[in-house]
Design a protein around this ligand. Structure first.
Ligand code: NI
Length: 177
């Protein structure tokens, strides 16, 4: 296993449309997932998409830490999740704005609007198809990571650029972080 280098905003690998995975159980993909897991754990992040480690495939991993999860069952996802070839369907019209960071935009955070509730389908680490409901941080992370597969970074989703800043300043001056 290895900690991989993370591409930062400005690198073109973050702006392309990634290719379908198909079968996430090949030895190459299993190794990539293991390396991405080590990279995510090393970084302290919540989610990581393959294009962020310079691999243009429709694959991401994430987990929702228990202290960040809401009370609903569709908000809790404490174990590491592998998602290949995701398809998102908004569940209702509601949007919600909350703070996000990104390992490719280190040191910054912003308030980003996202669909409050979604359903998403994809393949898990064993190649099994699933279709889940997600709300809260779970919903937000899946939308953020799926955006990475389409070359979209969170600043492209922002509407209020006054709520965009460096982490120490936000921690100091914004009580709703
Ligand atoms: Ni990100």
């Amino acid at each position: 296993m290895a900690v991989l280098k993370i591409a930062r905003m400005g690198h073109p690998v973050l702006l392309g449309r990634a290719d379908p995975v198909g079968d996430p159980t090949t030895p190459e993909l299993r190794r990539l997932i293991a390396d991405m897991t080590e990279t995510l754990d090393d970084s302290g992040g919540i989610g990581l998409a393959a294009p962020q480690v310079h691999v243009p495939l429709r694959l991401f991993i994430f987990r929702v830490p228990p202290h960040r999860a809401g009370p609903g069952p569709d908000e809790q996802m404490p174990e590491l999740q592998v998602v290949a070839d995701p398809e998102i369907t908004p569940d209702g019209e509601a949007f919600t704005e909350d703070w996000e960071g990104c390992l490719s935009i280190p040191g910054l955070r912003a308030a980003v609007p996202r669909h409050a509730r979604i359903r998403y389908a994809g393949l898990d680490r064993d190649g099994a198809a699933f279709n889940r409901a997600a709300a809260g941080l779970h919903s937000r992370v899946v939308q953020h990571e799926t955006d990475h597969l389409d070359g979209i970074l969170y600043p492209m989703r922002m509407v209020d650029f006054t709520r965009f800043g460096f982490e120490p300043e936000l921690d100091r001056y914004w009580s709703d972080l």
